[in-house]
Design a protein around this ligand. Structure first.
Ligand code: PAF
Length: 300
């Protein structure tokens, strides 16, 4: 593994690889790596000659200052995990895995970027209105990473389901010939979707957090015989009333922000199961627990 912090050094390494006709996989991350990220890195290593893993907490996609400040930063541990993943995947040439960890000044040398992206209906639902400017901030940094790493393929986890639709829309707009590779959620043994934010949960909150996935799995079964609106209502009620049925210490409770059942391609809410198009329907949820905002999805 090579660690690079300067944009020009990344460009130079990528240009050399391109001259040799190598394929490049990009795994954009904000660090605080877990098994979910490692599964993306492992897959990228298997499918490409060279892999760039970016580790950059992108300030312009946070619309909440406290969330940005509290975001875990664990660079040394991240680099060790990347090295372990590299040695786990055999037959890899060690100078073909680049960990790109720039500073904010290196990513945005001209200061706060002024470009703004709009993606229409796909950003007007769920996370979009609740986190103004978030997806534009994601698009700015991802486009910069595309420009620097010039990937053949880019890997994103399906936990951030709406983000994948946004990146698809970004690629449509900028017309870069990059293959978008959505990768399945990796879960803990108890079902909780892995997330860098999980490390902020207290032991008590971590113990009940798998209820989110368990509720969504039950919702998937209900879809066989219940209407869309009834499933939605049941999920929201089940989580909101969890602490009444199972009293928790310290007033711990689930506070769902939204649960939407949407067309898996357009992300527009559906009223009937038959409205879902070729990719089917997906349920997307955001829930507060113990001051931490957790998101998850279920495919119907
Ligand atoms: O999903 C994330 O971790 C971030 O939104 C991304 C894609 C790395 C951009 O900062």
């Amino acid at each position: 593994m090579i660690q690079i912090t300067k944009a020009n050094d990344l460009l130079a390494a990528v240009s050399k690889a391109k001259e040799q006709g190598l394929s490049i996989g990009l795994v954009p991350t904000m660090g605080a790596l877990h098994e979910g990220h490692l599964s993306l890195i492992g897959r990228a290593l298997q499918e490409n000659d060279m892999v760039v893993v970016s580790l950059f907490v992108n300030p312009i996609q946070f619309n909440n200052k406290e969330d940005l400040e509290k975001y875990p930063r664990t660079l040394e541990a991240d680099l060790e995990l990347i090295k372990d993943e590299e040695s786990r995947i055999k037959n890899q040439n060690t100078d073909r895995l680049i960990a790109f960890a720039p500073t904010v000044e290196e990513m945005y040398p001209e200061g706060q970027p002024t470009e703004v992206y709009h993606f229409g209906p796909v950003e007007e639902v769920m996370e979009g209105p609740r986190r103004p400017g978030h997806f534009s901030g994601v698009a700015v940094v991802v486009r910069r990473l595309f420009d620097l790493a010039q990937p053949t393929r880019a890997y994103f986890g399906e936990k951030d389901y709406q983000q994948i639709a946004i990146i698809r829309a970004l690629l449509d707009q900028i017309k870069y010939p990059i293959e978008l590779v959505p990768c399945p959620i990796v879960r803990a043994d108890d079902g909780l979707a892995l997330s860098s934010r999980n490390m902020r949960l207290s032991p008590e909150a971590r113990a009940i957090a798998p209820t989110i996935n368990a509720t969504l799995e039950q919702a998937a079964e209900m879809a066989d015989y219940e209407e869309v609106d009834d499933v939605k209502e049941w999920v929201l009620d089940t989580l909101s009333s969890f602490h009444e049925v199972n009293p928790q210490p310290n007033g711990l409770q689930f506070e769902p922000e939204y649960f939407e059942i949407v067309d898996a391609r357009t992300l527009q809410p559906i009223a009937e199961w038959s409205e879902a198009g070729d990719l089917g329907a997906v349920g997307c949820i955001a829930v507060w627990l113990d001051g931490v905002r957790l998101i998850d999805i279920v495919k119907f």
